[in-house]
Design a protein around this ligand. Structure first.
Ligand SMILES: [Zn+2]
Length: 408
């Protein structure tokens, strides 16, 4: 039975064989995946509407419209996706989940596809996550840290014990930063072990373990075992609970360099979070060496961004950030061939890095307020995240809209 016959039979919709070329559908679907990967999309959305059928890509966190098809393509394209991901072609009323893979014809890169199908009032909607087998690993120097921040981080990577935390909301690039730091170590020289959920990047010679809570292998269990494996460097994917926090702090105080992430909004806020997790003040001040708070902003395409004088309404903001607005520019997204007409290309980190100091330790122990600690940190040279954002507006890395979004 041909695809067209199968479709007519299962969908109950009479399809005109002249209206589209059935044999072209597999090529069409392949082309969508190829283009999505070229544009570094993380997801492809196939969205049916009343009259049309649209394809969107998620690139650097933003939804980008790719193509609008005539509605007649809806069933054949969905059917093709179901075939390659082993799903029921005649099921239209229930959600389905499937897996597949896709090999890019050039470069032989294999990509895993996670397929999710949801019935909607306009027919089935498909969202596919594209998972590269060997994602490009960002180096510490590529994250977008200002030179003096980078120096501070590199200094603490030489510590023989203690804890380095990256913090921020979901999707702020915390694990990427963690990996870029851990991968600066020679894995032949140090025993590096990680506990992750999920394992995102694979690093040569590093012992990486996948947490599996369903079978009782959680972060605290993993940590207790890890410290018995004679580690030098430990990476804990995320500190989510009190037990993990206290074990991680303990490991940091017993001669290990511990890297982890926490879901908090600011560098100083992380201290309060650890206190809320019932970690002793003295242990925090002894163990924590560096807190890197971060966000991930869309980077303007440097091929087509356009400079403009700073609008008057942003003068105050620039002055607060220590930048003279009369002598600065802001840059706007335009779109060109190099950025697939999006105006943005890639992402850049915005950072706020708190370094533990004798004065800050003293303030934590005497229960000073977060505002007081932040003020002291700024006096000692900490650049607030909003100032880093503004600086990157002035250098043309990000748009003012993106900076304001990150500050809120
Ligand atoms: Zn461009």
């Amino acid at each position: 039975m041909s695809l067209l016959d199968a479709l007519q039979k299962t969908s109950g919709v009479a399809l005109d064989p002249q209206a589209f070329d059935e044999d072209a559908i597999p090529g069409l679907v392949d082309e969508i995946f190829t283009t999505a990967l070229e544009q570094r999309a993380s997801d492809v959305h196939f969205k049916p509407k009343e009259e049309e059928f649209e394809v969107y890509f998620r690139v650097d966190g933003a939804m980008i419209h790719h193509k609008t098809f005539e509605k007649i393509y809806h069933h054949p394209i969905i059917a093709r996706i179901k075939i390659i991901s082993g799903l029921k072609i005649d099921e239209h009323r229930l959600p389905q989940d499937g897996k597949s893979n896709f090999v890019l014809s050039e470069g032989n890169e294999e990509v895993d596809l996670r397929v999710s199908i949801l019935p909607t009032n306009h027919g089935e909607k498909v969202v596919i996550r594209l998972l590269r087998k060997n994602p490009h690993m960002v180096t510490l120097r590529d994250l977008g840290m200002l030179p003096n921040i980078l120096l501070k981080v590199e200094k603490h990577l030489k510590d023989t014990y203690g804890m380095i935390l990256t913090v921020g909301p979901t999707g702020s690039g915390k694990s990427t930063s963690l990996f870029s730091m851990v991968s600066t170590f020679d894995a032949e020289e140090y025993n590096i072990s990680t506990l992750e959920d999920p394992i995102e990047y694979k690093i040569n010679n590093v012992t990486q373990s996948q947490i599996n809570v369903d079978i009782g292998f959680d972060f605290p269990d993993g940590l207790r075992t890890l410290v018995r494996q004679d580690p030098d460097i430990i990476m804990v994917g995320e500190i989510r609970d009190q037990k993990t926090a206290s074990l991680a702090i303990e490991s940091a105080l017993t001669g290990h360099l511990v890297f982890s992430t926490l879901h908090t909004n600011s560098a100083v806020g992380t201290i309060q979070r650890l206190l809320n997790m019932k970690i002793d003040r003295f242990l925090i001040t002894d163990a924590v060496k560096l807190i890197i708070s971060q966000r991930l902003a869309r980077k303007l395409c440097n091929n087509c961004r356009q400079a403009q004088p700073v609008p008057k309404k942003y003068y105050e903001l620039f002055k607060e950030g220590g930048i003279d607005p009369a002598n600065a520019f802001i840059y706007e997204a335009k779109g060109c061939e190099a950025c697939h007409n999006i105006g943005y290309s890639g992402r850049i980190g915005l950072f706020e890095v708190l370094e533990m100091s004798p004065a800050i330790e003293e303030m934590i122990i005497s229960d000073a307020s977060a505002a007081m600690i932040e003020k002291q940190a700024v006096n000692e040279g900490m650049i607030l995240l909003r100032k880093d954002a503004l600086f990157k507006v002035a250098t043309g890395d990000i748009s003012i809209q993106e900076a304001l979004r990150m500050m809120s």
